[in-house]
Design a binder for this molecule. Structure first.
Ligand SMILES: Nc1ncnc2c1ncn2[C@@H]1O[C@H](COP(=O)(O)OP(=O)(O)OP(=O)(O)O)[C@@H](O)[C@H]1O
Length: 255
């Protein structure tokens, strides 16, 4: 099932005891494209991201990164991904931003010369001090989220899994991050799955939107085409697709 897919799930399911967090999810992200994964609280976005990041095993079905099975080829999958989790717990509070990045880049085997070249530019693009002098524990929650994105991008992975990466960012920085992610997909060929509650962001940055509702992938496609297909008169965006697919009004978000 590999082919053109950067990310692919087939019949993917995940149970926590009696609760089904994901049910028979079929999802595909073509290489070099950006798909926005949207869904209400508890829809299963983080569970899906964690399975793709090899942090959780599926209960059923399979998931692949660049054609590699996440369960049986987890180490190879890990090398191929950059993951920014929804909740960041792995940075070291007493180390500086630069020391934290060097720690993770060393673990990834990134050449120190490449680290020195890429880190300041990425830090600056994410609105952080390019020299990374601040201690991690002194950063605001938005800054921590920005740093998580820098770490996900630093080793130039072909696949990015980003779990609500702009949630705590200012609208201006969130827009800049969106522009950067579009560039990473369009010009640099990265495959990106971006979980977001912000449907405006999904319209602005994504090639396709995938709507997850109570563990079920209700619909995936290009919003304008989906609106036409679903017969939604006068509608063209992710919000109309979301409302049609879930029967819910979206949570209001900053633009
Ligand atoms: N470790 C766990 N143990 C038990 N239930 C879990 C666990 N992780 C997730 N769940 C349940 O699985 C469902 C999906 O949760 P998940 O965190 O994947 O949703 P989400 O779409 O990321 O939500 P949010 O937007 O609120 O972050 C929820 O009902 C949640 O309670």
């Amino acid at each position: 099932m590999s082919g053109d897919w950067g990310i692919r799930c087939e019949g993917l399911g995940r149970r926590f005891g009696a609760a089904e967090a994901l049910r028979r999810v079929d999802l595909g992200v073509r290489r070099g494209s950006l798909v926005a994964l949207v869904g209400s609280n508890g829809a299963g976005k983080t569970t899906l991201m964690k399975i793709l990041a090899t942090l959780l095993l599926p209960s059923e079905g399979r998931a692949e990164i660049l054609g590699l099975d996440v369960a049986s080829a987890s180490m190879a999958c890990r090398r191929a991904i950059g993951y920014a989790p929804a909740e960041e717990r792995s940075f070291h509070g007493r180390l500086t931003v630069a020391q934290n990045l060097a720690f993770f880049a060393d673990l990834r085997g990134v050449d120190p010369a490449v680290q020195r070249r890429r880190a300041p530019a990425l830090l600056e693009a994410m609105g952080l001090d390019p020299a990374g002098r601040a201690r991690f524990s002194d950063l605001s929650s938005g800054m921590k989220q920005s740093l998580s994105l820098v770490r996900a991008l630093l080793h130039e992975p072909p696949v990015l899994l980003l779990d609500e990466p702009t949630r705590s960012l200012s609208p201006d920085l969130a827009r800049r991050v969106g522009d950067l992610l579009r560039h990473e997909a369009r010009s640099r060929g990265r495959t990106i799955l971006l979980a977001t509650h912000n449907l405006g962001e999904a319209d602005a940055v994504a090639d396709e939107v995938a709507v997850l509702h109570r563990g079920v992938l209700r619909v995936q496609g290009e919003p304008r085409a989906l609106c036409a297909e679903l017969g939604l008169p006068g509608a063209s965006g992710a919000e109309a697709v979301f409302m049609h697919a879930t029967g819910e009004a979206p949570v209001a978000e900053a633009p």
